[in-house]
Design a protein around this ligand. Structure first.
Ligand SMILES: Nc1ncnc2c1ncn2[C@@H]1O[C@H](COP(=O)(O)OP(=O)(O)OP(=O)(O)O)[C@@H](O)[C@H]1O
Length: 233
């Protein structure tokens, strides 16, 4: 069994009496410690898949296995615990608490987990060791995204889920953030799943999962993933 298995997942939303199938029998797997990229056009179902994997949404049918646990069978309380301790989230917008410093933002997340990492050390690892006492408004977009990555990592999660993490950043800053995520995956041996609509990023991943119209239409493995610095788009 793979570390993550998304098996025949269907997700339907009811919208004004009409059923919208956001996921239509989608299946993929990811091994522990892999960097996986989900590619697909707008509306393909990428965010829906990520939200289900992160316990923020539930499947209409199908199984979602994470580290041997079938999270699709979890009740509300179990999902709360799963989101709190097992999953680190990084979003396009950083969602930092504006009146807390970088350090306090990371500490806040670490406090809700049992096996959390030291907040200051984690900020140091993402390159912000000298900006810990700054408030979000005093940091650039790229620096704020580093804080949000540190906040996710400080939870010491099983899985880091990133939804378009460079969507609000310029080309070079975005590249640095992707490099950080790639390096973190390798160095910390953490499983990372990244959503993007930029197909040029495919070579950075161990595994590439292509979504189209709610289905996984192709998965590919890169035997030798390419460092982000060598990818241009
Ligand atoms: N809560 C919801 N209620 C109704 N429809 C939804 C809901 N969430 C998603 N959908 C629909 O499901 C489909 C897949 O959406 P999803 O956000 O997963 O796509 P995506 O690939 O992440 O797109 P994007 O790249 O634009 O974010 C879309 O048609 C969307 O409108």
């Amino acid at each position: 069994m793979a570390y993550i298995e998304f098996n025949h997942v269907i997700k339907e939303y009811a919208s004004e009496g009409v059923a919208i199938r956001a996921l239509d029998d989608a299946s993929f797997s990811i091994e522990r410690g892999e960097l996986a990229v989900i590619l697909g056009a707008s509306g393909a179902g990428k965010t829906t898949a990520l939200n289900i994997l992160g316990g923020m949404d539930t499947a209409s049918s199908g199984d979602v296995i994470v580290d041997g646990e079938n999270i699709s069978k979890y009740n509300h309380k179990q999902l709360v615990g799963y989101r709190r301790t097992d999953i680190g989230f990084v979003f396009q917008f950083y969602n930092l608490v504006p009146n807390l410093t970088a350090l306090e933002n990371v500490e806040l997340a670490a406090q809700i987990c049992e096996n959390s990492l030291n907040a200051a050390e984690t900020l140091d690892k993402v390159g912000l060791g000298d900006r810990m006492s700054n408030f979000p408004a005093q940091l650039s977009g790229g620096e704020q995204q580093r804080v949000s990555i540190a906040r996710a990592l400080a939870k010491n999660p099983k899985l880091l889920l990133c939804d378009e993490p460079t969507g609000a950043l310029d080309y070079n800053t975005g590249k640095q953030i992707l490099q950080l995520l790639q390096d973190t995956c390798r160095r910390e041996k953490i499983t990372v799943l990244l959503i993007t609509h930029n197909s040029a990023l495919a070579p950075m991943a161990d595994k590439v999962i292509h979504f189209k119209s709610g289905k996984v239409v192709k998965t590919a493995r890169n035997e030798q993933p390419v460092p982000i610095a060598q990818i241009e788009w």
